[in-house]
Design a protein around this ligand. Structure first.
Ligand SMILES: N[C@@H](CCC(=O)N[C@@H](CS)C(=O)NCC(=O)O)C(=O)O
Length: 222
């Protein structure tokens, strides 16, 4: 195995996008192996590299990493994005998990068929009433969500806040601290670079992406 970092996933956001974000913020270059057919995915399953027969898979440091949260935690720990002690790490996990809850709901939307509008309404309500106020409060006297330095929680929440705005363009209007946070995050060079066209950041899912994933994972959509 080479020293390169290689990501194996579909050509879209899904559960890999937060990993792309974190690697980009950590300044780690990576390559990607993209599946566009069921055969390509099955080949990887048969290789035995997918411990649970699921992607994301990340090849890194001589290991074949699976389980997206574990991968994120490994990258965060390695690149000093995981706090200074166990208590900070807990807080980071807590805020990162809250961001992930919102992103999981967003990720599921294109696959929710006729339930889409209900799920969209429920997401908007949850975000406005439960999630965003918690982040607004955490950012009231602090530059970062936890402690005095950037962490993976900031990166995940920033990603979630952008995804929410794609769906509900004015959703942050009642949250000035989050708006200021977004501004600070956008000014970080690695983030600014990742936000530019031509980076490895993926756009919101389109019909082609949804169709491809449903074909490749057809066993889950029966
Ligand atoms: N807990 C796992 C879930 C991974 C997961 O559900 N992966 C999907 C694609 S996004 C998959 O490969 N599913 C195939 C299957 O479950 O058979 C993680 O977070 O990595």
């Amino acid at each position: 195995m080479s020293g390169k970092v290689v990501l194996y996933y579909f050509d879209g956001r899904g559960k890999m996008e937060s990993i792309r974000w974190l690697l980009a913020v950590a300044g780690v270059e990576f390559e990607e192996v993209i599946f566009s057919t069921k055969e390509e995915f099955q080949k990887l399953v048969k290789s035995g590299d997918l411990l649970f027969q699921q992607v994301p898979l990340v090849e890194m440091d001589g290991m074949k990493l699976v389980q997206s949260k574990a991968i994120m935690n490994y990258i965060a720990g390695k690149y000093n994005l995981y706090g200074k002690d166990l208590k900070e790490r807990f807080m980071i996990d807590m805020y990162a998990e809250g961001a992930r809850d919102m992103m999981d709901m967003i990720m599921a939307l294109p696959f929710s068929g006729e339930k889409r509008q209900n799920q969209l309404d429920s997401l908007e309500c949850k975000a406005k009433v439960c999630s965003l106020p918690a982040y607004e409060k955490a950012l009231s006297n602090s530059q970062y969500l936890v402690g005095k330095q950037l962490s993976c929680a900031d990166v995940s929440f920033f990603e979630a806040s952008l995804m929410l705005e794609e769906l509900f363009p004015t959703i942050l209007s009642a949250f000035p601290n989050i708006q200021a946070f977004q501004k600070r995050m956008k000014a970080i060079p690695a983030i600014n670079k990742f936000l530019q066209p031509g980076s490895k950041r993926r756009p919101p899912p389109d019909e082609v992406y949804v169709k491809t994933v449903m074909e490749i994972l057809s066993h889950l959509f029966k």
